[in-house]
Structure formats: C-alpha cells, structure tokens
Write a protein that binds this ligand. Sequence first.
Ligand code: G3H
Ligand code: 13P
Ligand code: ZN
Length: 332
Amino acid sequence: MTSYKDLGLTNTAEIFKKAIKNGFAVPAYNFNNLEQLQAIISACVETKSPVILQVSSGARKYANQNLLRNMARGAVEYANELGYDIPIALHLDHGDTYELCKDCIETGFSSVMIDGSHLPFEENVALTKKVVEFAHSRKDYVTVEGELGVLAGVEDDVSSEHSHYTEPDQVEDFVKKTGVDSLAISIGTSHGRTKFKPEQCTRDANGILIPPPLRFDILTEIEKRIPGFPIVLHGSSSVPVEYVAMIEKYGGHLKDSVGIPEEQLRKAAKSAVCKINIDSDGRLAMTALIRKVLTEKPDEFDPRKILGPARDELKKLYMHKNNNVLGSAGQA
Ligand code: G3H
Ligand code: 13P
Ligand code: ZN
C-alpha cells in the first residue's frame, strides 16, 4: 500500500479552501503520456499554479495505472527541479466503481471521483458514501468528488444523450448524506469538442457557432444551498477556433466543433467553482501542431521533433488557461 504523501502529492482539501477564499479555480488537466505531463508541470510551475493531474479510465487503459502513478511521482521531482514547489494532486477522473476507487486510493492517488451521476439519487448517495467512508478512513485523508446531474456527451463509459441539469434542491441532502469533499454539477457544460448541436447555437457574422450560455442561475441557487462548498465543472474546454482551423488547414475534419466561451469559465472560476476540468483543448492543441509538422516536414521521422512542438504549444495553452481563464496563476 502506498500513501500519496510518500509520492510527494497533496489532496485537494487545502487547495480548494484557498480557491474559494481567493476566487480562482484549480486546473484539472488530464494526462496520458510524457509530453502532456511535461507541458502541464512546466506550465503550472512557470505560472506558480496548483494543479490536479487527472487519470481517466481511457488513460488507464492506454498507459497503465501504475505507470501513470509513477509518472506523477516523477512530476513532483520535475517541478522541484524546475525551481518552484507547487501543490500537485493525483486524481481519478470519472471513477465508476467502488473497487476502482479503492484500488486508486491504496496505490497513491490523493483524490478520486466516484461518478454515480447516471444512477437514481439514492443509489448515487449509497455508492458515493461507500467510497467516501473508505477514503476518509485512511491515515492520509483522500478527498472525494461526487457528481449530481448529468452532462450531455460521453463521459468515458458513462454516456448520456441529453444533459439533466443539477437540481439545486438535491445538493444539500447529497453533500450531507455522502460526506463528499467536492461536487461536480451540470449547468450546461459537456464533454468533448462538440458540446452543442448546431441547432442549439446561433452564429456570429463569420459563421462561427455561438453556444447557449451556461446556467449561472442554477449555479447561484446551488451556492445558496451549500455556501462555500467546492463545486466542480467538467466538460470545460473552450474548443479554440484557431486550433480547429489549423487542424482543418492541415487535412483534418472537425465539423461543428463548439466549446464553452472562456469569459463564462472566468466568471464561474470567481464563484464557488474551484476545479475546472480541461482535456479536449489539449488534444486539439497537440493534434494541430502534429498535423502542421507532419505536413510541413514530410522528411521528419524523429518522434521528438514531431511531439516536441506539440508539447510546446500545449504548455502555452495551459499557461494561458491559468493566467487568463482559471485565475490560478500565482496561487501556489
Ligand atoms: O471526461 C473524460 C475525459 O476527457 C477523458 O477521456 O477516457 O478518452 O481519456 P478518455
Ligand atoms: P473536456 O472534454 O471539455 O475537455 O472535459 C474534460 C473533462 O471533464 C474530464 O473529466
Ligand atoms: Zn469529466
């Protein structure tokens, strides 16, 4: 059994307290490989931001959980070597069973999400409570994120065609009964690069899709029911038009891509939203640069020269998020 403290990691309790007090959101970036991890850590060290490294089911299948966990340990040393200590949490993203959460907790994750959002309320409560009881019984308290309300789109193995916004009337009961440390809610964000159908959007003068606004009214109601409690937003990529255009310029096809406008995430980050999950934007940045290099340098065959520029772009993207969207820069 390994404790996250032995790996130099931290749980999310203290960083969320600071996020609520200072009105920012902690970045939760997914990683599956070395280049993504290097970009996340170097961007967060340079901006002096705390960070949550997220491992999804897809990442576990692709890269192996043990390898990812040891990469997170390496990330702590890497941050150190870069010259500034930042809080780093290792978080299981969209855990779907008690057994999986238990396994992650026992092997050094400092935080887990148990996603029972697709279950009836009482079943979600029972599953979440079971995970919380185990996580909190550890000598080194592991923090737990639950979810109420369903996001549209695909959440790993949990899929839902339509979103069901979180019911403000249920949140207090859920938090009390489960003992969770943070709560993911549904107010109009969704996973992936096509967050809305074109018919749900309007278009600007250039034909760019403009999505419907997030339901800040629901967020306000939730905050009234559980004041000061850490709220999480999943599905918070903005799907930058520049990356989509670049991917299409170099041969890709990403029709009808649309994300959450950054100004809306900035507004959310100033509220009780203290963790914002971003994965798809990183995928777009990497794909755009990989396509560019492969097109412009057809004789290149060294993976480092192909992935290196993608890694640099990813770092730029994360620095921008920390500085201008989440407000987490300077908060480590
Ligand atoms: O919420 C889902 C994340 O973007 C991870 O997706 O399972 O394809 O890694 P993945
Ligand atoms: P995006 O697909 O919008 O990046 O959301 C990622 C996420 O919520 C991971 O849990
Ligand atoms: Zn998610």
